[in-house]
Design a protein around this ligand. Structure first.
Ligand code: PMP
Length: 390
C-alpha cells in the first residue's frame, strides 16, 4: 500500500470540492479589511464565521502595542517557556490574567489547543478518570489520549447522566476530573454548570471548564460562564484561548497555586515555542479593553439576538439557544455545500461544518456574530439567507 492510500476517501472529497467550486476546507480569504469584512476572489464579503467575538482584531491600541513589541523585542522568542521563551511580557500577562480571574495562578501556553493538551494530559494520566461531555473539543479528547486516562463520556449537557456515571464510579468519583465547555463551539449552547457544581459538591471530583468561546462573552466582567452563573469558587481550573475574544494567538489556564507544578511536567508547555512578543503585547492590550469596555459585550449580545431573530423569522432551524454562535441546521451535506457557496456569492462568509466535526451527524452553517457587526451588515446576512430559502 502506498503511503497516502489510506486517505483515499479524503482525497476523493478534496477532488470533488475542487472541481465543483470553492473548497469549504481550504478557502483563502485573500484580504482582510476589518473585523467584519474581507475579500474572497473578486467578492467583498462580510465575515460572519469567525471567533472574533468582541471584534478586536483591528483594535488600534492592540495593533500599536503589538507593533511596539515587534520593534522592541523582535519577531519571535525562538524557544519554549521553559528554555529561552519566557520574557517579562509573558510573566506580566500571566499576572494580569490571574488578577482578572481573581486566582493565584495563570499559565500561558502557545495556543488554546496546547493549553488543553498541556493541562489535561498531565493531570489525566493513566491512573486518572475523566468525565467528559461527549461534545467536548478535539483538543480535550487528544489531551485525554495523550495522558492515558480512563475516559467516561456523558451525554452532551446531561447533568443527570453525569451523576449516574459518577455514582457508578463509587469512591473513585472523588478524584474524577469533570470536563465541560462554557459555550460549545458548534451549536452555541452552554453547559449546565450550576447542576454540575451541585454534583461535585455531593459526590466529589474536580471541575475543569474550557471557556474558549465564553471568555469575554459571558459574565458581568467577561470571565465566562462560571462568572455568569456565580459558581467560580467551585471551578478548579479554567482554560481559555487568546484566539477568540482576545483576537490574537495563544492560550491560558488559571487555577490554584498548586497548579504551578504543571510547568515542570507538561510536555506541551515544555516542548514548543512560546507566543511571539507582539502577540503577547496585543493580548495584554485587549485584556484591558475587555475589562474597561463592558459595552462591547452588550453590543455582541444585541447583535446575536438580531441575527437569531432574523433567521428564525425566515423559518430556519437554529436550535433553541441564543448566543454569538448561531448554527443554521441544514438537511444534507450537498445542500450545505450549495448554500455555503451561494452565501459567498451573496457576499456572506460563514463556516460549513460537516460530520464528524458536528454533534449528532448534522450538517450546519455556523454563523458567528461579533460586536463590530453593524445593523446593515446583520441585515445583509439575513437577506442573503432569505434569498436562499427553499
Ligand atoms: N477549546 C475549544 C472549545 C475550541 O473551540 C478551540 C478552538 N476552536 C480550542 C480549545 C483551541 O483554541 P486555539 O484555536 O486557540 O488553539
Amino acid at each position: 500500500m502506498a503511503l497516502y492510500d489510506k486517505f483515499a476517501r479524503y482525497a476523493q472529497h478534496r477532488e470533488e470540492f475542487l472541481t465543483s467550486g470553492l473548497n469549504p476546507f481550504g478557502t483563502c480569504i485573500d484580504e482582510v479589511y476589518s473585523a467584519t469584512e474581507g475579500r474572497i476572489g473578486h467578492q467583498r464579503i462580510i465575515l460572519a464565521g469567525t471567533n472574533n467575538y468582541l471584534g478586536l482584531t483591528f483594535n488600534q491600541q492592540a495593533i500599536a502595542d503589538g507593533q511596539a513589541a515587534l520593534a522592541a523585542q523582535g519577531t519571535g522568542t525562538t524557544g519554549s517557556r521553559m528554555a529561552n521563551g519566557s520574557y517579562g511580557s509573558h510573566l506580566a500577562l500571566e499576572q494580569e490574567i490571574a488578577a482578572f480571574f481573581g486566582r493565584p495562578t495563570a499559565i500561558v501556553f502557545s495556543t488554546g489547543y496546547t493549553a488543553n493538551l498541556g493541562i489535561i494530559s498531565t493531570l489525566a494520566d493513566n491512573n486518572a478518570v475523566v468525565m467528559l461531555d461527549a461534545d467536548c473539543h478535539a483538543s480535550i479528547y487528544d489531551a485525554c489520549t495523550l495522558g492515558g486516562a480512563t475516559i467516561i463520556r456523558f451525554r452532551h449537557n446531561d447533568a443527570r447522566d453525569l451523576e449516574h456515571r459518577m455514582i457508578r464510579l463509587g469512591e473513585r468519583a472523588r478524584e474524577a476530573l469533570i470536563i465541560v465547555e462554557g459555550i460549545y463551539s458548534m451549536l452555541g449552547d452552554v453547559a449546565p454548570l450550576a447542576e454540575i457544581v451541585d454534583i461535585k459538591r455531593r459526590l466529589g471530583g474536580y471541575i475543569l471548564v474550557d471557556e474558549a468561546h465564553s471568555f469575554g462573552v459571558m459574565g458581568a466582567h467577561g470571565r465566562g460562564l462560571a462568572e455568569e452563573l456565580g459558581v467560580e469558587e467551585d471551578i478548579d481550573i479554567i482554560i481559555g484561548t487568546f484566539s477568540k475574544s482576545l483576537a490574537s494567538i495563544g492560550g491560558f489556564a488559571v487555577g490554584s497555586r498548586a497548579m504551578e507544578v504543571l510547568r515542570y511536567s507538561s510536555r506541551p508547555y515544555i516542548f514548543t515555542a512560546s507566543p511571539s512578543p507582539s502577540s503577547i503585547a496585543s493580548v495584554r492590550s485587549s485584556l484591558q479593553t475587555i475589562a474597561q469596555h463592558p459595552e462591547l459585550r452588550k453590543k455582541l449580545w444585541n447583535n446575536a439576538h438580531k441575527l437569531y431573530q432574523g433567521l428564525q423569522q425566515l423559518g430556519y432551524d437554529l436550535g433553541p439557544h441564543i448566543s454569538p454562535v448561531v448554527p443554521v441546521i441544514i438537511g444534507s451535506k450537498e445542500k450545505g455545500l450549495r448554500v455555503w457557496r451561494d452565501l459567498i456569492a451573496h457576499n456572506v462568509y460563514v463556516n460549513l461544518v460537516l460530520p464528524p466535526a458536528t454533534p449528532a451527524g448534522i450538517t450546519l452553517l455556523r454563523c458567528s456574530i461579533n460586536a463590530a457587526h453593524t445593523d446593515a451588515q446583520i441585515e445583509t446576512i439575513i437577506q442573503a439567507f432569505a434569498a436562499l430559502k427553499g
